[in-house]
Design a protein around this ligand. Structure first.
Ligand SMILES: [Zn+2]
Length: 268
């Protein structure tokens, strides 16, 4: 990908009416650094929550963000792991301890995954939205979920460390920086981890800063994320994930043709 300037995608995870007040604090914090485009990872039926009085205000706000260049991507349907039982101790750890039972697509068979993706796309369509991307809760995808994604109408998906173009599944190293702010202690640890790791990640074509509503509880986390964005913007272009998918896809296409021309001895 010669000539491809490294990118930064800042995303707000777990967006739903129930989490919207905290999401707004995150949006506000990022906006104070620079007016960069954001990717909102929206959960249609967050924890099976039925429609509430504040839903319309949240959806109107999301509409406005979308019109101003932010992206709305699908992030599961309920954000709860309701698939079949765990297979082994490692799977059990990932699904029930590490993710606290929120890895909705971690244990689904292809049929179940296909159904949930379809529900999500329909829910988006009812609001006049078309998601370009799908990001599984906790970035955990079962084999069945990968099968379902092969025929789903998405341009991209991501795991914790990679960004995948769909349906080909071409992938690129694109690590996510995330604050594990379940407690002040966890937040401090993750900030250290992020600080130590960031220099090692300079070569990644894409860095993703993943913010969760819980991060808004910690002023020190918000301050850290503002400084991190400020620093990363010195060397990276901020864009939505959908825009990155388009850029990267085009760059690959250029490389492909450049390679063909070189092979034919016609490159300039
Ligand atoms: Zn999530």
């Amino acid at each position: 990908m010669d000539g491809f300037k490294p990118a930064l995608c800042v995303s707000i995870h777990d967006v739903a009416p129930a989490t919207w007040p905290l999401c707004e604090k995150l949006i506000d914090a990022v906006g104070k650094v620079a007016p960069i485009p954001l990717t909102f990872l929206v959960v249609p039926a967050w924890h099976h929550r039925c429609k509430g009085a504040s839903d319309d205000a949240c959806f109107a706000a999301l509409d406005a963000h979308r019109e101003h260049g932010d992206e709305l991507a699908l992030h599961g349907y309920t954000h709860l792991d309701e698939g079949r039982g765990p297979d082994c101790p490692w799977t059990y750890f990932c699904r029930h301890i590490y993710t606290q039972g929120e890895g909705e697509f971690a244990g689904l068979g292809a049929r179940q995954a296909r159904r949930r993706l379809a529900w999500g796309v329909e829910w988006f369509a009812r609001r006049g939205w078309t998601p370009d991307g799908f990001v599984a809760p906790a970035w955990l995808l079962s084999d069945g979920s990968w099968d379902a994604l092969a025929s789903a109408p998405f341009r991209y998906t991501t795991t914790f460390s990679r960004f995948y173009l769909l349906p080909q599944r071409h992938s690129v190293f694109a690590p996510a920086l995330v604050y594990s702010a379940r407690s002040g202690w966890g937040s401090t640890v993750s900030r250290c981890v992020n600080d130590v790791c960031a220099p090692m990640l300079r070569s990644a074509p894409l860095l993703r800063l993943a913010l969760h509503p819980r991060d808004a509880h910690y002023p020190s986390t918000l301050l850290h994320c503002q400084r991190a964005i400020e620093k990363l913007l010195q060397t990276r272009d901020a864009m939505t994930k959908s825009a990155f998918a388009l850029h990267w896809s085009a760059a690959q296409h250029d490389d492909h043709w450049h390679g063909l021309r070189s092979a034919a001895g016609t490159a300039s």
